[in-house]
Ligand binder design. Structure first.
Ligand code: UDX
Length: 429
């Protein structure tokens, strides 16, 4: 199939690359000229495991191109995917101006039948607006179909999630685009669900909000575990083995962050309000999430008493492991809170340090995770990177003035830490 992807952020770039990998002919479009130049030269603007190799391979095979021109993308393809940002506005609602702009640009470039697919996360009924906009701005008055095809990829695992999706959701207003959409996704061997457009749009917000709810639920359980002297990881295992519940997304910690969950929750609460439903359950999910950070910070101040003039080592800046993304990262939030209390920080993240510099200009960046603790009063784990589990605990203990660790991601075994002589505080254990 001949495909265009408008927008080469996380979703657009990974989607376009994986489509090329299974044999489709793909043109990726971005308005950022510098980014297009980087991509054309084989550079990747984001860190995503496995992506760079796939981009290089498919560019060399002639299946993947990059351009600045939406018109070129539209003219070279049968199906045009919209993958532009839908950022939050101050009131929690979604800014749809990029979607509207792209819909107009696509309309202006269409000279024959096209399928226009929305991949960006959008409020329910956006498909109707995109359809109206294309009709209004398409001077050639050609036929087209709008499809909703939400993306469920996780940063850090995006290539795997795209190549082996749990499901593909295709929301349509008529049967005409269904065969082409099926053909695009057949190589991925995933269950394909065909729905109406509104349902497809709702599936995305409903899925992300449910996952966020699962995390807040286990964080609430963690707080009860702490008060009652139980272990949240054992509780998570005990409930997670029930197939109806599932063990995944039951890791307690300092809360969820990133560019999706916080934004999608706010958007879904707003969308619900607009259709006349007060989604109090999701408001509570948000409240538990922000409270989780406060509780962790209190654990630190309860132990260290005054943070002013204390030196604290921090492992983790990215909002989760396997990514360099620090947007809405609980780890950054925690650092900013400790800085505000007057602490000095030595920080390390395997991939997130470059992007963190703008948000945390006044901390010491340490290249070697084993050197972070040097001269510090305590060590804090803020992101769930697997490699932190390999920290040299003997060296870290010697480097600290007192062997105190606050583990916001439950990476170490409390009994083991106690045996090694640490004062070890984690979450829900
Ligand atoms: C999420 C969805 O998983 C994905 O399907 C959607 O397309 C985009 O949003 P992403 O934001 O990349 O993906 O990250 P995810 O792996 O879901 O983690 C989100 C946050 O939740 C992270 O801050 C992570 O640390 C936290 N988390 C996750 C927990 O605190 N506990 C868990 O058990 C799982």
């Amino acid at each position: 199939m001949k495909l265009a992807i408008i927008g080469t952020g996380y979703v657009g770039l990974v989607t376009g690359t994986c489509f090329a990998e299974v044999g489709h002919q793909v043109v990726c479009v971005d308005s950022d000229a510098a980014k297009v130049k980087t991509l054309q030269a084989g550079g990747i603007p984001i860190y995503e495991p496995g992506l760079e190799e796939l981009v290089k391979k498919n560019v060399a095979a002639g299946r993947l191109q990059f351009t600045n021109s939406t018109a070129e993308g539209v003219q070279k393809s049968d199906v045009v995917f919209i993958a532009v940002p839908t950022p939050p506005q101050p009131d929690g609602s979604v800014d749809l101006s990029y979607i509207e702009r792209v819909a107009r640009d696509i309309a202006g470039a269409m000279t024959g039948y096209k399928i226009v697919v929305d991949k960006s996360t959008v409020p329910v009924k956006t498909g109707e607006k995109v359809t109206e906009t294309i009709k209004r701005y398409c001077a050639a008055k050609v036929e087209f179909d709008v499809v909703s095809n939400p993306e469920f990829l996780r940063e850090g695992f995006a290539v795997g999630d795209l190549m082996k999706p749990d499901r593909v959701v295709i929301g349509v207003g008529s049967q005409r685009p269904v065969a082409a959409m099926r053909e695009i996704y057949t190589p991925f061997n995933a269950p394909i669900i065909v729905t109406d457009i509104n349902s497809a749009e709702l599936i995305k917000h409903a899925a992300n909000s449910f996952l966020a709810l699962k995390i807040s639920y286990i964080n609430a359980i963690a707080n009860i575990c702490e008060a009652a002297g139980a272990n949240v990881q054992e509780v998570a295992q005990g409930i997670g083995l029930d197939e109806r519940i599932g063990r995944r997304f039951l890791n307690a910690g300092i809360g969820f962050g990133g560019s999706c969950f916080p934004k999608d929750l706010s958007a879904f609460i707003k969308i619900s309000e607009q259709v006349g439903y007060d989604f109090k359950l999701l408001k509570e999910v948000q409240r538990i999430n922000s409270d989780q950070m406060e509780r962790f910070l209190k654990k630190i101040t309860d132990t260290l008493w005054v943070l002013k003039d204390k030196k604290i080592g921090v492992l983790g800046l990215a909002f989760k492991q396997n990514t360099d993304d620090v947007r809405s990262s609980p780890a950054i939030d925690l650092c900013q809170r400790m800085l505000k209390e007057g602490a000095a920080l030595r920080v390390h993240d395997p991939k997130g340090m470059d992007k963190a510099r703008a948000l945390l200009p006044d901390v010491t960046y340490v290249e070697d995770m084993n050197a972070v603790a040097e001269g510090c009063d305590a060590l804090v784990v803020a992101t769930e990177w697997d490699e932190f589990k390999k920290l040299d605990l003997v060296r870290a203990k010697k480097s600290l003035t007192h062997p105190i660790m606050f583990d916001g991601r439950n990476l170490f075994d409390p009994a083991e830490m106690e045996k090694l002589g640490w004062i070890y505080k984690s979450v829900g254990r």
